[in-house]
Design a protein around this ligand. Structure first.
Ligand code: GCO
Length: 479
């Protein structure tokens, strides 16, 4: 088909009823990517997280989470001094939001359950209204033929458990087990696709080393290592609970992959890159695969030994049906003896070649390809789903339209790299854009906008961006 023919066809389609959006002609990339190239069973979706979208932080019996606590009592830690109290108000608007997903032809919706909405004290008494909310969300998805992909834990630990040490207390493994069992028993009849956790690397490093995220500890190495080990054991435990309770469950967990490259070939920088890679990309993957912690490459991890009890090595292992890979960028690493733990530092992304996003991350689409290849190289990884990928750019609404060409290009270029890996034999079978809509970006507040749907936080109005329109067209197979 020539470009002219395609544009004629696409304007006919746009005038039709199935697909109500109009795409600016200049952003159509008609001949580059087709949904069919990825195969019929490839899962397409968008991702969100409870704290980032729900709001209703203290409604209908919900307990306080560490994020509620953090934004209220340590508000200076949030760059814009904002909170997730209201966020996208998804708690009240889930129906119209899921209807919009349907209108956009998005087949799968990844969202997380809020632990303190379900168990306000973390364990013990259930909050039926919280459970009912998620029933309604799941009902809406199924009614609209959207497959729910549920994450059990996306960083909102109940504050009541944080008061007892949170992830640093070994009891967290049984608290988490109880919570996952409640989720599995209540929703397992209708939810088949489960992710135990979202990026444990991020919540442990940001929460116990950098202090940017809840619970906000700075350089507490001991707490960090305890949290790492307990989160690892909780992931495998959560997997086992789901396997036991949910018939025919598709069970995964998610991990961040940041592609690491040494600044140059100097041996000290190459070694620094190996350490950074062990820390950022392997720490939460290899123990679950039965390979143990990457102590050999990162000697500092020996400090974890005091938290490891006899039998833990076996308990850490779980045979996941899929691994959720989340990638945004790469990091270029150099040796830096003074930096604790890693003895490495990162070259500022601004000094690298690529475009820079609002998160100050370099746009480097090959990173996702490398991540997929790496993940696929592990013997026990059966399948990979890209559970997050996306970019924050400052959007400029003009006459009610958000023409976010840079985000659109980011997504398209990343999708091409996913396809490249798939064509080389990697068993990657899904791709979720982060995020469905603009939302509360943790310590960055509402400034970075990741959505393919824009949100005006003053009015809660949703606007499908050009990237969202493009994705919709792609999904109906019009590309
Ligand atoms: C994460 C989380 C998301 C973020 C997203 C953009 O990976 O940090 O899963 O909650 O919002 O990654 O930073």
């Amino acid at each position: 088909m020539t470009r002219k023919e395609f544009l004629q066809l696409s304007s006919l389609i746009s005038a039709g009823t199935i697909f109500p959006f109009k795409l600016p002609a200049e952003i159509l990339s008609y001949d580059e990517l087709r949904r069919s190239d990825f195969g019929n069973d490839f899962v397409w979706g968008t991702a969100t997280a409870a704290y980032q979208i729900e709001g209703a932080w203290n409604e209908d019996g919900k307990g306080e989470s560490i994020w509620d606590h953090f934004v209220h009592f340590r508000n200076k830690k949030i760059k814009t001094r904002e909170t997730g109290d209201v966020a996208c108000d998804f708690y009240h608007r889930y129906e119209s939001d899921i209807a919009l997903m349907r209108q956009m032809n998005i087949p799968a919706f990844r969202f997380s359950l809020s632990w303190p909405r379900i168990l306000p004290q973390g364990t013990g008494a259930l909050n039926q209204k919280g459970i009912d909310f998620y029933h309604r969300v799941i009902d809406q998805c199924l009614e609209k033929n959207i497959e729910p992909w549920v994450t059990c834990y996306h960083w909102d630990m109940p504050q009541a458990l944080q008061d007892k040490g949170g992830w640093t207390n070994r009891d967290v493994i049984s608290w988490f087990e109880e919570y996952v069992a409640v989720c599995a028993k209540n929703f397992g009849d209708r939810v088949k696709n489960w992710m135990v956790m979202n990026e444990p690397m991020s919540f442990t490093v940001l929460g116990y080393i950098l202090g940017w995220h809840a619970p906000g500890y700075f350089m507490k190495q001991d707490k960090f290592y305890a949290a790492v080990h307990h989160a690892t054991l909780s992931q495998s435990t959560g997997g086992r609970v789901l396997r036991e309770v949910v018939a025919q469950a598709n069970i995964g967990t998610t991990t961040i992959y940041t592609h690491i490259e040494p600044k140059n070939n100097q041996p000290s920088n190459v070694k620094a890159a190996v350490r950074a890679d062990a820390f950022l990309n392997r720490l939460f993957v290899e123990p679950l695969l039965g390979l143990g912690y990457p102590v050999h490459e990162l000697h500092d991890l020996k400090q974890m030994e005091k938290f490891i009890l006899t039998g833990d090595e076996q308990k850490m292992v779980f045979d996941f049906d899929f691994w959720g890979l989340q990638n945004y960028t790469r990091l270029v690493v150099k040796n830096m003896a003074l930096i604790p733990m890693l003895h490495a530092s990162f070259v500022s992304p601004k000094k690298l070649k690529g475009e820079i996003t609002d998160m100050k991350w370099e746009v480097y689409p090959q990173a996702i390809y490398h991540g997929l290849k790496r993940m696929a190289s592990y013997q026990n990884v059966k399948q990979i789903i890209v559970t997050e990928n996306g970019a924050a750019f400052p959007d400029q609404p003009v006459n009610g339209e958000i023409n976010d060409t840079r985000r659109l290009n980011y997504i398209r270029e990343n999708m091409k790299q996913v396809l490249r890996a798939k064509q080389e034999g990697v068993n990657v079978n899904g791709y979720f854009i982060w995020s469905f809509m603009d939302n509360f970006e943790w310590a960055e507040g509402y400034k970075p906008r990741f959505g393919i749907v824009g949100v005006d936080f003053a009015t809660q109005q949703r606007t499908v961006k050009a990237s969202g329109k493009w994705f919709s067209e792609f999904l109906v197979g019009k590309m």
